[in-house]
Design a protein around this ligand. Sequence first.
Ligand code: UT7
Length: 309
Amino acid sequence: MAGIKITGYGCAHGDRTVTNEELARVVDSSDAWIRSRTGIESRYFADNRSNLDMACEAAEMAFQRWGGDRGAVDLLLVCTFTPDLATPSVACGAAGRLGLSQKVMCLDINGACSGFVYGCTLAHAMLTAGDARCALVIGSEKISPLMDLTERGSAILFGDGAGAVVLEADGTKEFASYSDCIPESETLFCERFDPAIMMKGQEVYRFAVNAVPESIYGVLRRAGRRVEDVDWFICHQANLRILRSVAGKLDVGMEHFYVNIQRYGNTSAASVAICLSEMLEKGLLKPGQRVIITGFGAGLTCGSILLTV
Ligand code: UT7
């Protein structure tokens, strides 16, 4: 299937670094437990920054790396389950602050931790159909205000951040996507008016270690590719043990998995976008390489995209 190219990338994060030690002063946990059970060493909390602030910082960096005319952006998707307001959307706020054209279609997508992957799937559909020419897809989350620090399962897990990509259609690139879910699951949920995240961690964990390899095999089947054809697996950073288990099930070495959970914790829809941005900035993604990005989380949702750099 005709694909898309990433022409710009950027990321941002909360303004305060919170180490495991600091967190363990307020929640009944320890640095040793958090490191060994999740791989997380620290995360960022956005005490003085909104979701919109982080989304716009990531987007400004993406525009800088891109070097194109931002007036050409005609699709803006902000993937988030933690918008600053119920309405208007973070995307509308970002379109204004970034000075985008009045012709831009902008909306938020709540696909939880699969949000960015779903957002890129939708952007691909519009770009290749000719309904959009240039898309800005942002994953941005401010989760810290939604954490109940007495609930240690989730309190140690999440962080705040944003990642952004500029996407354009490119007929020379490969693209395939695959999505599935377990509908109406309440193993991970957050109420609107008493918004503390509640998570049955073990159930989400069991879902993830099965759903992620299935999703990766699903997208490989659709693309007519094999595991060996893939250079990088960029999975939602929820727990290092989940990533190791997925690597084991695929029989792939961890050197093919990008990991930055140690510095960010779990940033939900932002995590894959931040990974992509960091990898492109470090020159880890080379032209022609095949990459699978996978998101999974609340819903329960899961989705993968295979693309070429
Ligand atoms: O991004 C959205 C998707 N989210 C995820 O993918 C999260 C998936 N789940 C997980 O990452 C893990 O389930 C957690 C990190 C949330 C929890 O790790 P776990 O290894 O599944 O821990 P557990 O719930 O099985 O608990 C094991 C033990 C229990 O103690 P006992 O009963 O064995 O004495 C818990 O009470 O660890 C205890 N425990 C903790 N101890 C210290 C649970 N959380 C903590 C904690 N600090 N934060």
